[in-house]
Design a binder for this molecule. Structure first.
Ligand SMILES: Nc1ncnc2c1ncn2[C@@H]1O[C@H](COP(=O)(O)OP(=O)(O)OP(=O)(O)O)[C@@H](O)[C@H]1O
Ligand SMILES: [Mg+2]
Length: 413
């Protein structure tokens, strides 16, 4: 929507911004900057053209400035063939709010390249250089002025689903602490904003572990998606960390209404537009209405314990997750690996059908103590941080191995 009611101080042209938010552009060359300024005069002061490329854009998005759309020159980006381009764009996706459409400018006019950045990486559009005023006016301006463009799936926040093979194996513990670690990454790693969604409508324990008290928001949003707009849901999210919001159901004596798939889809959709990472704690067995979480999840983290009942279900859950997702995106966390009475390692491997991706030892009574006092286990039992390092690395796409690994240095603190 255009906001043209505020004439510019001292100027004839009305200053147009889109919903009060800027269109920000980062371009390397003067010709492109001029094409944007002359082609987008309709935006007046709503347009902010800066010098730079992908790197400056990532830095800018860390400031959380309200932005309607971004135009980014990717000529400073690494070569597509090196594979580094993907990680450079991944970094942008982690910092840029998912709802902000990104238009890219580059040197390649190859259709394969266009398809890669638009269809696979989720850019709103791609314009090869030279950028002309005409192209900007005819092709870019209508996209910027139109109603918010449809959000391609690839541009939504990343969903990371957590489920245990059975009750009590530590799924919520792993989900809560992984979310805290990702949200607490230093600015240099650029992970944007995260949400932790506890989909236990009754007896969820994420809030307890974080010492937080949820409102009725999630329950209402799940029951009646028509009544709960994005703002409503955002308001019920509790900030448990500067970059992590908890969305959980309140404790109530009333029996929970049956879950509806459309309610779950709505909640996920709202959160994916607003947050770069959405951590979801799933109940076991996973109700049919929640299977769609597995379908959209980038990672499905399955938490198992080294005992027979847990291992018996591990492969079945992995298969169900793979079937729902269409590919194997499961990560297996073997929790309390050395607990008393644990099965021998070769039996565990046979039961899992593979090496666990992450192994966490039994960290003793202080873990329960942390729950009782409503303090994150990470704070009460600092060793947990180190054990979750490979999981965090996988979630944010940074290698956790090697002495010089950035992640390793951060998490070993
Ligand atoms: N590695 C560990 N070492 C020691 N205690 C642990 C460990 N992991 C989890 N726990 C403890 O085990 C208990 C159960 O953990 P948690 O609530 O995370 O399990 P869950 O799988 O989510 O259970 P539920 O089925 O109730 O949702 C908690 O008291 C937690 O502190
Ligand atoms: Mg749990």
């Amino acid at each position: 929507m255009l906001d043209s009611d505020h004439p510019a101080p001292g100027g004839d042209d009305p200053r147009l911004t889109i919903d009060g938010r800027l269109v920000v552009a980062f371009v390397e060359d003067e010709a492109s900057a001029t094409a944007l300024r002359t082609g987008l005069t309709a935006l007046g002061e709503g347009l902010d053209v800066r010098r730079g490329g992908l790197r400056q854009a990532v830095k800018f998005f860390r400031s959380l400035a309200p932005v309607h759309a971004a135009i980014i020159d990717m000529s400073d980006a690494p070569d597509a063939s090196s594979g580094d381009l993907q990680s450079a764009l991944d970094e942008l996706a982690r910092t840029c709010p998912p709802e902000v459409p990104v238009f890219l400018i580059g040197d390649s006019s190859d259709i394969g390249f266009y398809r890669m950045v638009v269809h696979e990486m989720g850019a709103a559009d791609y314009f090869p250089r030279p950028l002309t005023r005409d192209t900007v006016q005819r092709q870019l301006l209508p996209r910027l002025l139109g109603t918010t463009p449809e959000l391609p799936d690839a541009r939504g926040g990343r969903v990371i689903a957590f489920c245990g093979t059975r009750g009590g194996v530590g799924a919520t513990t792993i989900a809560v602490n992984a979310a805290l670690l990702v949200a607490g990454m230093p600015q240099s790693v650029a992970v944007g904003q995260s949400a932790l969604l506890d989909l236990h409508v009754q007896d969820g324990s994420a809030a307890m572990m974080l010492g937080a008290r949820p409102s009725a928001g999630l329950r209402l949003a799940l029951e009646d998606p028509a009544r709960s707009d994005a703002l409503f849901l955002e308001r019920s999210a509790i900030a448990v960390d500067p970059r992590l919001h908890l969305v959980a159901a309140d404790e109530t004596s009333e029996p929970a209404a049956p879950l509806k798939q459309e309610g779950v889809a709505h909640v996920l959709d709202v959160l994916r537009r607003r947050f770069n990472f959405v951590f979801v704690d799933l109940p076991v067995p996973i109700p049919h209405e929640l299977r769609l979480v597995l379908r959209v999840a980038r990672h499905v983290v399955i938490v198992v314990q080294p005992d027979l009942p847990s291992l018996r279900d591990a492969q079945a859950i992995r298969q169900a997750a793979t079937l729902a997702a269409g590919s194997d995106r499961t990560t297996v966390v073997l929790n309390r690996a050395d607990m008393r009475g644990a099965l021998k390692r070769d039996l565990v491997l046979r039961g899992l059908g593979r090496e666990p991706d992450v192994t966490v030892p039994d960290l003793g009574g202080r873990m329960v103590e942390a729950v009782n006092i409503g303090t994150p286990a990470l704070t009460h039992v600092p060793a947990l941080r180190r054990h979750l390092q490979p999981l965090v690395g996988e979630i944010i796409g940074l290698p956790a191995t090697g002495e010089r690994s950035l992640l390793r240095r951060i998490l070993r603190r």
